[in-house]
Design a protein around this ligand. Sequence first.
Ligand code: AMP
Length: 425
Amino acid sequence: MEYKAQRGTIDILPKDENLWNYVQAQCFSIAKSFGYGYVETPIFEDSKIFERTVGEDTDIVEKEMYTFTDKGGDNISLRPENTAGVCRAFIENGLHNETLPARLFYYGPMFRYERPQSGRYRQFHQFGIECIGDSSFDNDFEVIKLAWNIIKRFKIPNTKLNINSLGNKEDRELYSSKLKEYFSKYLNDLPKVDKLRFDRAPLRLLDSKEEITIKISQDAPKTLDYISNESKIHHENVIHNLEELSKSDEDFKFRINDKLVRGLDYYNKTVFEYVSDSSGPQGVLLGGGRYDPLIKILGGPDTPAVGFAMGIERIVNELKKVDIKSKSDLDIVIVVLDDNFRINAERLSDLLRNNQLKTIIAPRRSMKGQLRFANNMNSKISIILGQDEINNDLLTIKFLNSKKDQIQIKNNDVGKIKSLIISEV
Ligand code: AMP
């Protein structure tokens, strides 16, 4: 075929509709149970918003943004992430004048020109949480726990939290210089991409996917040895809470990972990610951390914040591996034995649909063909309309999932139809 979806993009089809809706609904309901409210920002923003916050030297801004000049000459980017947009909205709408912290969540598509592979797309969806306006470690723990509730709800096996602290801005600078000092001894061994990182963003050397750099990193200095006393106390308090959580919930596992720095510039203190046992990018389900400097960078008042972003495609892929199948939620296919009864079938379908029953009238085929259609559609029951049914004001119900015998009920008895469908689920 001449036209194909762009590389790294996918179509979501009706067979996966239930799964996608399920994931979204669970995320929303858990966020709301923690007192968070929905926020939606535009899909495109002034490119500077991302350059200033995500960081000009990051892969995202340097190589991955879909940037263009619009017809009015403005420099626009499709959002590669949503934290910067939410913070822009927080400032612009004066949310800093309301009771803080603001507890916000979002859901929607993000765009990054990345090399597509399993679990990595160019258009993907993120669900995210932002808790803005409180510097306490309590909020770090809250968002980590909220994320855990989501992962638990989806029953994704063998997930683990990785956590680290980057300290404050000065700690980061000190640590970066220590890291540079260490890596300078191995400069000639570093691959080209990491030599660039060495010059421009040394912390990101720890994120490198290059084998040789990973090996060298093993003995690199650790962030936790260079963070200030205040950051250390903050970190220890978060860890204390995580220990308590693992005591009360044996499934919750965490590890202090001193190589975790995360790819974006705006993080300070706590950084974390939840990983599953899937390999490669697919394994990183969500990532987040504290980003105290960001709102000020965007021109707002100095306002600390913490949050995370979760990849919806990655959750959907994990659920497809376990047993949650995208079952059809079609309730009824009406099988019409004589074309003269099509008008009766129309009336019946109106009645059923008005009663929230998902109903399709089978296409004009033989009875066998129509029943095969009902089976292929995974409908819960079929209702047969033939001469006998019309003459006697009856409906014949055929059960498609269980092999129960067909029965006849009074025409228009929606209550009975509903109870029969429930017993089929
Ligand atoms: P980040 O915004 O890079 O911190 O990523 C947060 C989460 O978004 C990751 O843990 C993934 O679950 C998801 N994610 C990031 N980039 C992609 C991508 N290109 N394709 C699919 N999911 C992604």
